[in-house]
Design a protein around this ligand. Structure first.
Ligand code: C2E
Ligand code: CA
Ligand code: CA
Ligand code: CA
Length: 284
């Protein structure tokens, strides 16, 4: 079991101790992963769409697709409770394929209904080790007749640092197709800025940790303003996540941040509710 634990990798380094909670071979995790495979086979997963608000036009012009799993016995299982496990057990690539296919089928419907929305999809570390990914995404874009410029993939710093050479090659191939590359959870990684120079980044997403208390915390304001300036000087768009009140939204607009996302605008919504939300704002 110890060998299996090391072989399974995941977040375990050679120096870490056995931890039942993260052991991919623990029976409870095995059964959850079996259930996840069933969910993939039987259409048990869904995507919810969190509006992305353009701070200049003051309109929602896109969405981030967020995975939702309604488990037959456990009820809603949050993505943080199974994505890491799916990475450790080799199930994440199937999950990502399902997410991409669903999100792009949805984008096609919106485009056909006259809603030319931009859509963002989260990738994980393991996806950036999958050399077939750029061709697969290219195929999905053409099947669904969605312009590459309508799609952004979100990756964390951690995902890029895992297998840097392969990850960089995959991201370049995606960018060459015209797909946007967003660095997610920006500011909380332990890395330096060095990696940014090698990546075809189009967007920074400021982690919600710095955004939540913007209305009241002067230090957070300094950090967020600096990230917005850094991003703009490097030619990137900047999105702030976790906007929970009017004060944060106003501050972000005042410093020229491009997009805002957060509960103050809307939580992630089922596809129909999201389309209604977007259609509603057009009436004003
Ligand atoms: P993330 O990519 O950073 O997504 C943002 C998370 O913050 C989402 O949680 C969203 O619902 C939540 N959020 C948005 N606005 C606010 C706010 O104003 N306040 C607070 N407190 N939270 C807010 P969610 O949907 O539970 O997803 C958690 C994480 O799971 C995501 O973090 C992402 O890392 C991962 N995830 C979700 N869907 C996918 C997916 O399809 N593929 C992969 N690989 N990972 C996913
Ligand atoms: Ca994200
Ligand atoms: Ca994030
Ligand atoms: Ca996150």
């Amino acid at each position: 079991a110890e060998v299996a634990q090391f072989a399974a990798g995941g977040s375990a380094s050679a120096l870490s101790f056995y931890d039942a909670a993260t052991d991919p071979h623990r029976p409870e995790r095995l059964s959850l992963m079996g259930d996840l495979r069933d969910a993939l086979d039987r259409d048990g997963l869904s995507l919810h769409y969190q509006p992305k608000f353009d701070l200049v036009s003051q309109r929602v012009d896109g969405a981030e697709a967020l995975l939702r799993w309604n488990h037959p016995r456990r009820g809603w299982v949050p993505p943080d409770a199974f994505i890491g496990m799916a990475e450790d057990t080799g199930n994440i690539n199937r999950v990502t394929r399902w997410v991409l296919a669903s999100a792009l089928a949805q984008a096609q419907q919106w485009i056909e209904r006259g809603l030319p929305l931009h859509i963002a999809v989260n990738l994980s570390t393991r996806d950036l080790e999958d050399a077939d990914l750029p061709a697969r995404i290219g195929g999905l874009l053409s099947i669904h007749r969605v312009p590459a410029s309508c799609l952004t993939v979100e990756v964390t710093e951690r995902a890029v640092i895992g297998e840097p050479d392969i990850a960089v090659r995959i991201l370049r191939q995606l960018a060459e197709q015209g797909i946007g590359i967003a660095i997610d959870d920006f500011g909380v990684g332990q890395s330096t800025f060095a990696y940014l120079r090698h990546l075809p980044v189009s967007e920074l997403k400021i982690d919600q940790m710095f955004v939540k208390h913007l209305a009241t915390d002067p230090n957070d304001r300094v950090i967020v303003r600096s990230i917005v300036d850094l991003g703009h000087q490097l030619g990137y768009r900047v999105t702030a996540e976790g906007v929970e009140d009017q004060g944060a939204l106003d501050y972000l607009a005042s410093i020229g941040c491009d997009h805002a996302q957060g509960y103050f605008i809307s939580r992630a919504l089922p596809a129909e509710a999201f389309a209604a939300f977007v259609a509603g704002q057009r009436g004003h």
